[in-house]
Design a protein. Structure first.
Ligand code: G4P
Length: 522
């Protein structure tokens, strides 16, 4: 058991759309020999057959809303790559996914540097305190100077980059990597379209200097500058989330990809003891426990069911075992357990801490639920982020009211959006609250595709939500520009038109409860 835990690494890739996450996923899988040629697993619409992009909207937008996990073995280490939604509008979802991983790879486009969504998603990692490995991608194309990129990372996110591998040749003229741990040179050779693993040649410094001349000299000089500025890898600082090892590469050409895997195996932490809701760590070797980090239905028209993704936190999972849901105290039978990556599914018999399992027909499970056997445990609940977009939802025809209600309940329990109700508006027109507007598009698309309900959405003139209580609700409802709702988890939320209105009410009625919620960008 301890052995199985030690040989596991569970991580996610965070990046701005188009930085190359799909390409990198393919390349990683290729290196791990899951598939023989890049392109079989991931990809974009119109490019290759796309396993991960299951919904029309995802295809059109080129984003991935679903979260799935890819498991492969590399150097005798079991690597779980958990997919994150590719857009900051789904940062609440991303946060949930990040509760399931022990490390993140932050993927940056060499030409674009840190982009807004990378920044936001990085903040989510910081929330969770997980160590981050930085990968500068697309080095085969013209881009920024590497030292400038390092400065940008340090200045904008306060994470000190500590490059492990430094590029030889400027962006757009990628020759290979200087391995800063032993001053050797890894020279790459291009292959057609990057479809096969790029051949590497290992050289010592002398041979590298003879081969690459001034480019090698520049790389060595820059590497020395990094050492002088204290940018050498320090394992303790990395695990504490203060520094980030950096690798330069090209996912498309398969350059630097096995170095990413090596960094994960050598540096990223294995699953550790997870603190419960009271802060007491449950040892990884304790009896089975897991958290539900994602619930999803209708992934594929061929499998119209509901899947709950769990991350095993302690003990061994055996398919068929009966576990207890800490939220309800009720038993749950894990008869149908699968690993899911896009449309590919295979049955899981056994899983260990760090592994992700998809439980089929998980009608009673919700994101944040804890499952356990023997010794009871409850992990901290998932925080819900402060919504900033609000819309009233209505079914277009009264005849479909039943489907409409089922659809709303379904999407609500999956955590696709927050659903708010009050007596005034009634059950037929609930209010949807989202962190980003694309969540509404997902609702509309899924209501149509899965429930055949054409839903109408009308934006509401509110821009803020505050947590309130029953004592304050009546007075708040009497105010202009404010309305109180009950969220489906029972929390009372006051929606406010804008921050000036909020300030005014707080000043005029200091006794009223209006507490801020966790902001997505905190
Ligand atoms: P995403 O999942 O993060 O959104 O990005 P994705 O992998 O789809 O990559 C976005 C674009 O960047 C793709 O080009 C892809 O080929 C390209 N790309 C990814 N990695 C590299 C790299 O290392 N070097 C270079 N030069 N390009 C890279 P596209 O034009 O959208 O698709 P395609 O026509 O190239 O297939």
């Amino acid at each position: 058991m301890a052995n199985e835990v030690a040989r596991r690494r569970t991580f996610a890739v965070i990046s701005h759309p188009d930085a190359g996450k799909s390409t990198l996923t393919e390349a990683l899988a290729l290196h791990a020999k899951v598939i023989s040629e890049a392109g079989a697993i991931h990809g974009k619409a119109g490019r290759r057959s796309t396993v991960s992009d299951w919904m029309e909207m995802e295809k059109a937008r080129g984003i991935s809303v679903t979260s799935t996990a890819l498991q492969f073995t590399y150097r005798d280490t079991v690597i779980n790559l958990v997919d994150t939604p590719g857009h900051a509008d789904f940062s609440e979802d991303t946060y949930r996914v990040l509760t399931a991983v022990d490390a993140a790879v932050m993927l940056i486009d060499a030409a674009k540097g840190l982009e807004p969504q990378t920044l936001k998603l990085f903040q989510v990692c910081r929330h969770r305190g997980i160590p981050v490995i930085t990968v500068i991608n697309k080095w085969d194309r013209p881009g920024q100077a590497p030292l400038e990129l390092m400065d940008e990372i340090e200045e904008r996110i306060g994470l000190k980059p500590t490059p492990l591998l430094w590029p030889v040749g400027i962006a757009g003229d990628f020759r290979g990597l200087l391995d800063r741990t032993n001053d050797s040179y890894i020279r790459f050779t291009r292959t057609a379209g990057g479809a096969k693993i790029a051949p590497e040649e290992l050289m010592d410094a002398e041979a590298a200097a003879a081969r690459e001349g001034v480019d090698w000299g520049n790389a060595v000089e820059e590497s020395e500058l990094l050492s002088i500025s204290g940018a050498d890898h320090d394992q303790e600082q990395f695990l504490a989330g203060r520094t980030s090892p950096v690798i330069f590469g090209s996912a498309m050409l398969n350059f630097g990809v096995h170095q990413i895997l090596d960094a994960l195996v050598d540096l990223a932490p294995p699953p550790g003891d997870r603190p419960d809701v009271d802060g007491h760590p449950r040892p990884v070797t304790a009896p089975f426990s897991a958290v539900v980090f994602k619930v999803q239905a209708g992934m594929d028209s061929a499998h119209r069911d509901r899947l709950a993704y769990i991350r095993v936190c302690s003990g061994t999972f055996e398919r068929g075992m009966v576990v207890t849901n800490a939220a309800t105290g009720k038993p749950f039978t894990t008869k149908y357990a699968q690993s899911v990556f896009g449309r590919e599914r295979s049955t899981v018999e056994t899983a260990y801490p760090g592994d992700v399992v998809g439980l089929v027909n998980a009608l009673t499970l919700r994101p944040g639920d804890t499952l356990y056997t023997e010794e009871p445990v409850r992990y901290p609940p998932m925080p819900s982020f402060a919504p900033e977009f609000f819309a009233v939802l209505r079914a277009d025809s009264a005849g479909k009211y039943k489907q409409f209600r089922r659809a709303v309940d379904q999407l609500d329990s999956e955590g696709v959006v927050q659903v708010l109700r009050n007596d005034l508006r009634g059950d037929a027109s609930p209010v949807l609250a989202a962190v980003g507007p694309m969540q509404f598009e997902v609702v509309a698309a899924r209501m149509k595709a899965e429930f055949d309900v054409e839903a109408k959405m009308e934006n509401l003139g509110y821009s803020l939500a505050r947590r309130t209580n029953a004592e304050s609700a009546d007075e708040l409802n009497r105010q202009r520009g404010i309305e109180v709702f009950t969220r489906s988890d029972g929390v009372l939320l006051a929606l406010v038109s804008d921050k000036w209105r909020l300030q005014y009410i707080q000043k005029e009625h200091p006794g009223l409860t209006l507490e801020p919620l966790v902001a997505a960008a905190d």
